[in-house]
Design a protein around this ligand. Structure first.
Ligand code: GDP
Ligand code: MG
Length: 796
């Protein structure tokens, strides 16, 4: 009996909640758990919601939700105890528990699997039936039902038709799906052929998407052993959150073990069980998220399906899902959203969504099997396997990886130097034009020193950043990044992380913000948090301008070496931080999880250009917005207050410097100078560091603005020349090679930019981690720069 069937005034005892995991959990959290008494306060026919009293509280449920709660009515309990039916009969708790336990001890099971995987054999063994067993697929679209009794439980078992997937194309597929939805079995037994896991587990991934309680029967285990293969099914089960039991249903071996496990899962006692999200790659996942978030706003549809599952099915244009959703008022909005996402995904990946999703699922499977399956003698080879054999090879894997990383940095800096010189010349040319044609005055100074000095100083690095992004997106889109993560797994374990953490870290070289968001695919919370927190130590592309400027100025002969040392320095501090966090904040977690190995794809030119243009657009927008704005502010603060002396024609350099010192920004700088002086920084540099907290590009643009006034007559002198010039007051230059190193170390490590902080707070779910990041990173930066500067001073 279902809770929705009861009338106002009646009461009942809860037996179980049906439906998919997330739904069940929510209902159970409201108090609807086995053995609890519910009283129906108001159930008006055709009216939603229904009001209940449970555990002393009043709650209301939708009719559709109440339909999924199995109960025993009090009347029936009275009948069962054959107590006299008077309103005052008191039944003792013991009796009630017995009755409830009896109803709860019926487990409904559905056998789901590919054709010929041994379902019917299993069904016959378990139920003692004699159904026909044979080598055919899809002769009848029908389910056989059988009953049996085992260890005090009644099993009600359905043998469903064989299917390869759960898309709504064949009658078998539709039948199985409808059965799973309408009959809401308590446990699904997914029968898979042990010797053909790659194909069989595809259906498993779809069942995982549906978020149902499940046990896997690793059938035909004899064949796996005969082939000489070894499967670490315990680890595999732990990775996907589904218990796996080896069986040979032809002989009955392992069947008892299977049903023991089913009972454990049914009673919620199996520690392996957890719901995982199969990661379909960032392109598809962002589509799923967009649609899922919309679907979530409609609570009605969540009874049968998890919103994530529906979102995936919508992207696949699944017919049944369409029919189901069509009734909803918001359908048109969802469909429009879906069409947009489908177009974006197909454009980016260069294949249709359905095959893209299928490919990603196969990537998940091969990732899971790569770690757990040691194949026997008869391995089949294909291109993916061949390339994998090479790039994940024990001997060649690392050299290939290091070569690709070297190529990436080399191209970023050497290739990027050419277009950079063009842009630099262009900016200088415009600056000269303005110098010649505009009448003197604050506006002219604003354009030359504020706008061109600030924005122009940063925009020259656009080519470097594009090249870096080209490599990162190529590695991601081609599938190589996942392999790199794979070979890094063992090393990552040494610092208490997982190979999966590696991808966000490499992405951090581009920009820490999307990299921090990419940490979502890391399932374990502690690993995710650690990866998020160490990400700002990965030197992002916004820090490149400052490196190029200072390294080009002070270390023209050792450019690559200094670059590499800085990047490595960041990585070393990330490792130390990860170790410290693991030691003092988080315990080691042992949950294994799958590293997807998506198929190799040659990214289309279109997709790559799109990817790069997306970044360029973002960068240019930042230039036009935040950086322009901040440059003008910095200029304004350093230009005012003005005295008559400053506006006269012949200002000496000393005078203009004195003006800067007296300006608003000079005062701010002098105020914080004492804190940063031990690191070798003067007030101008200190100001650049303050503005860099908003975005690290601002460091160069601020220096550009502050130093463009150093030399009022010669604006076309490159910024790098100005940095080397001695300060007229002290006679010493603001930057020396040592100061520049101390400065770069500080910039590398200190305060993550505001956007990163926002991402850290959002992804960690707590502002505390944002504060932690600010304090810890800035503290580490200060200490490291202090050591560099003061140790260095002993040698120069
Ligand atoms: P169904 O299509 O999933 O119902 O699969 P069946 O139960 O009809 O089995 C298909 C074939 O596989 C039959 O010939 C079975 O005898 C055989 N079979 C089933 N289980 C096993 C097993 O564990 N090991 C081996 N070697 N063969 C099996
Ligand atoms: Mg069969």
């Amino acid at each position: 009996m279902r809770l929705s069937d009861l009338q106002t005034g009646e009461s009942a005892i809860v037996v179980k909640v049906l439906g998919h995991g997330a739904f069940r959990k929510r209902i159970m959290e409201m108090g609807f758990v086995r053995g609890k008494k519910v009283e129906i306060l108001l159930n008006a026919p055709l009216k939603d919601p229904i009001k209940y009293k449970i555990m002393g509280y009043e709650v209301s449920l939708r009719r559709s939700e109440a339909q999924m709660i199995e109960v025993v009515a009090m009347d029936e309990i009275l009948k069962d105890t054959s107590a006299p039916e008077t309103p005052h009969t008191i039944i003792d708790e013991e009796t009630i528990r017995e009755i409830i336990d009896k109803s709860a001890r019926t487990i409904n099971i559905a056998l789901v699997g590919n054709p010929n995987c041994g379902k019917t054999s299993l069904f016959n063994i378990a139920s003692g039936a004699h159904e026909h067993v044979g080598n055919y697929g899809g002769v009848t679209v029908d389910a056989k039902q059988g009953y049996f009794h085992y260890k005090g439980y009644n099993f009600n078992i359905y043998d469903l038709p064989g299917t390869y997937s759960l898309s709504a194309y064949t009658p078998e597929e539709i039948y199985v799906r409808r059965h799973l939805i309408n009959e809401t079995p308590d446990i699904i037994v997914n029968v898979v052929v042990a010797s053909n896991l790659e194909r069989n587990l595809y259906l498993t991934t779809e069942l995982i998407d549906m978020d149902l309680s499940m046990v896997i029967a690793l059938n035909m285990y004899d064949e796996l052993e005969n082939a000489g293969s070894i499967l670490d099914y315990k680890t595999l089960g732990g990775m996907i959150g589904v218990p796996i039991v080896p069986t040979i249903s032809k002989t009955g071996w392992g069947i008892e073990n299977l049903f023991d496990t089913i009972i454990k899962v049914y009673e919620g006692e199996d520690p392996i069980v957890r719901h995982i999200h199969i990661n379909h790659g960032s392109v598809i996942e962002s589509g799923i998220t967009v649609i899922k978030d919309e679907l979530k706003t409609d609570p009605k549809i969540q009874k049968y399906f998890s919103p994530r599952y529906l979102a995936i099915k919508m992207l696949e244009k699944d017919r049944e899902a369409e029919v189901f959703l069509h009734k909803e008022v918001n359908y048109d909005k969802w469909a429009a959203l879906r069409d947009k996402e489908v177009e974006r995904i197909e454009d980016t990946l260069g294949e249709d969504v359905e095959s893209a999703i299928a490919n990603e699922k196969y990537g998940f499977i091969s990732g899971a099997l790569k770690e757990t399956l040691t194949p026997g003698n008869k391995e089949t080879a294909n291109t993916t396997h061949l390339i994998d054999a090479l790039v994940t090879n024990k001997l060649f894997g690392f050299p290939i990886f290091i070569f690709i990383m070297w190529l990436m940095f080399e191209a970023t800096f050497t290739l990027g130097a050419y277009p950079m010189a063009w842009i630099e010349n262009g900016v200088a040319y415009i600056s000269n034009l303005v110098q010649q044609w505009m009448a003197p005055g604050p506006l002219k100074d604003l354009i030359i020193d504020g706008v061109l000095g600030g924005v122009g100083g940063v925009i020259v690095f656009l080519p470097n950043i594009l090249i870096l992004y080209f490599f990162i997106s190529f590695m991601e889109d081609s599938g190589y990044m996942a392999r790199a993560a794979f070979i890094m797994d063992r090393i990552m374990h040494r610092i208490g992380l997982h190979g999966k953490s590696f991808i966000p870290l490499v992405m951090g070289f581009g920009c820490n913000v999307p990299a921090i968001m990419a940490c979502r695919t890391i399932e374990s919370r502690s690993s995710r948090l650690i990866t998020i927190l160490i990400n700002p130590f990965m030197s992002c592309s916004a820090r490149i301008p400052i490196y190029i400027l200072l390294i080009g100025t002070f270390f023209p002969n050792n450019q690559s070496l200094v670059f590499l040392s800085l990047y490595l320095g960041g990585i070393v501090l990330a490792i130390i931080t990860a170790k410290l966090l693991r030691k003092f904040m988080f315990k080691k977690d042992e949950t294994p999880f799958v590293m997807e190995l998506p198929p190799y794809r040659l990214p289309t030119a279109k997709a790559t250009v799109r990817h790069m243009w997306g970044k360029a657009e973002q960068y240019l927008r930042k230039m036009g917005g935040l950086i322009l704005f901040a440059s003008i502010i910095v200029w304004f603060l350093s230009y005012y207050p003005r005295t008559e002396v400053h506006d006269s024609k012949n200002v000496s350099t000393e005078e203009s410097l004195q003006q800067q010192r007296d300006s608003y920004i000079g005062k701010i700088g002098s105020f914080i100078e004492p804190v940063l002086e031990p690191l070798g920084f003067n007030w101008k540099v200190s100001i650049a560091l303050i503005s860099g907290t908003a975005a690290k590009e601002l460091i160069v643009s601020t220096i550009g603005v502050l130093y463009s006034e150093n030399n009022a007559d010669e604006n076309s002198v490159a910024l790098s020349e100005k940095l080397k010039m001695p300060d007229p007051q002290t006679g010493k230059p603001d930057f020396t090679p040592l100061i520049s190193i101390s400065f770069m170390v500080f910039v590398l490590l200190y305060f993550p930019c505001l956007a990163s902080i926002a991402a850290i707070v959002r992804e960690s779910g707590s502002w505390k981690w944002g504060v932690f990041s600010i304090v810890y990173n800035t503290g580490i930066a200060w200490i490291c720069a202090f050591i560099v500067y003061n140790v260095g001073k002993m040698f120069v």
